[in-house]
Design a protein around this ligand. Structure first.
Ligand SMILES: N[C@@H](CCC(=O)N[C@@H](CS)C(=O)NCC(=O)O)C(=O)O
Length: 400
């Protein structure tokens, strides 16, 4: 059994630490085996143990990356230096969506929007937390499909292999649309909610992906206006400065704030261990793994992530004590809100409030979060947004 357990663990650590494989999500993913795999969930048998441990360690490794996506040094720049536009006529975002039994369902008062939503996600991925914060703030009901972070069999239908993905079923048009990328999802739904009568089909026309071949010869797609809400006739020039700031801070959440999170939760070995114990708790690992499996995941995962955290700190130019970078970023954000407003959006959170809050909520149970509350004044704002989200305060803004 020892060799069975060792191989995936050692491989995973080698990939992450020695071969510097890019981890895939900035905050550790919490595999919910039972719900994720639904009926196909592997029982805790010896034969599945290797898969479970390997997958769990994979999930551990996955914590933290997307750096590949966000890093100015790689894919983002490649997008900008794209060399050939591809002429495309088919912009449907629908790969062959298959019906999978949802892991769970979230209820809310906004039942009259005519859309049926299914979110493919990892529970502690900051981008997924951001989308959940948005949906819950507006009280939009939705279903969740928890993706197995290593096997990712739930994403088989999709060419886009990241989460979050939102499948939107437009009930009136009897059509399903696949929305990829947290900011694209939020902008499309945000525009739709401005005037539901306009219809989702009309909104989608404003968010057209541009496809091109980048310098590596790879085809990439990007929605250039992904931070913009499209107001059409309802655009008010008086709101322009406000909207500009909202966009700017939404971008900041995706490109700056997210990078300070993981090096902070794995700052020291003890913190990494604490973070893993938190993930174990939120992910109900006690229920889903045997004791030995759970302990291996926690200890090996914490060790691997401790080293990965160091690498990310360097890559993103964080301060020697990474806490300082977390405090700096949070203070920068609080400075923007100022002392006169409850939220950046005024009396209610705007999309930037929801973005920063959502991402921060992914580390809520970690020591870094507690230190952040002690050393900055972000706490009251954070808990105010949390309350507004939990009580669907955005619902009152909807004109249904
Ligand atoms: N720009 C994307 C980034 C999404 C992203 O990088 N998601 C990570 C999880 S945090 C992912 O799915 N990585 C690929 C993987 O886990 O296989 C967004 O805002 O949604």
């Amino acid at each position: 059994m020892a060799s069975r357990l060792k191989i995936p663990i050692v491989n995973r650590i080698f990939s992450l630490v020695i071969h510097k494989e890019r981890p895939k999500c900035p905050v550790f993913l919490q595999p919910r085996w039972r719900s994720t795999l639904n009926a196909a969930a592997p029982p805790k048998t010896q034969s599945n143990r290797k898969l479970i441990i390997g997958t769990a360690i994979g999930a551990v490794g996955i914590g933290f990356g997307l750096y590949s996506y966000l890093s100015p040094s790689d894919s983002k720049q490649k997008h900008q230096t794209g060399v050939a536009l591809i002429e495309k006529t088919d912009y449907t975002r629908n790969d062959d969506i298959v019906d999978i039994k949802p892991s769970r369902e979230i209820f809310g008062p906004a039942t009259g929007i005519g859309l049926d939503l299914t979110l493919y996600q990892y529970q502690t991925c900051p981008f997924c937390c951001k989308v959940r914060a948005f949906l819950e703030f507006y009280g939009i009901p939705y279903k969740i499909i928890e993706v197995n972070p290593v096997m990712r069999q739930q994403l088989k239908f999709s060419k886009y292999k990241k989460v979050p993905i939102l499948i939107v079923e437009d009930k009136e048009a009897s059509k399903k649309h696949q929305l990829n990328d947290s900011s694209v999802i939020i902008s499309i739904l945000g525009t739709f909610l401005e005037d539901v009568s306009f219809g989702l089909e009309s909104v989608l026309k404003y968010y057209v992906p541009v496809a091109y071949i980048n310098e590596d010869g790879k085809e990439v797609e990007e929605i250039m206006n992904k931070y913009f809400l499209m107001f059409g006739d309802k655009y008010k020039e008086s709101a322009d400065t406000f909207l500009k700031k909202e966009r700017q801070w939404r971008k900041w959440a995706d490109n700056v704030f997210v990078h300070v999170l993981s090096p902070n939760i794995y700052r020291s070995y003890n913190e990494a261990l604490q973070a893993f114990n938190y993930f174990s708790e939120v992910g109900e690992w006690e229920k889903n793994f045997s004791t030995i499996e759970r302990l291996i995941v926690i200890y090996v995962g914490a060790t691997a992530m401790y080293f990965v955290g160091k690498r990310l700190k360097k890559k993103h130019g964080l301060k020697d004590d990474v806490r300082e970078s977390l405090y700096d970023a949070s203070r920068q954000w609080m400075k923007e809100i100022g002392s006169k407003k409850k939220f950046m959006g005024g009396d209610l959170p705007n999309l930037a409030d929801l973005a920063v809050y959502g991402m921060l909520s992914s580390i809520e149970g970690c020591l870094a979060f507690q230190d952040l509350l002690k050393n900055t004044n972000i706490g009251p704002w954070y808990y105010n947004v949390k309350e507004a989200v939990a009580n669907h305060h955005g619902f009152q803004k909807l004109k249904l």
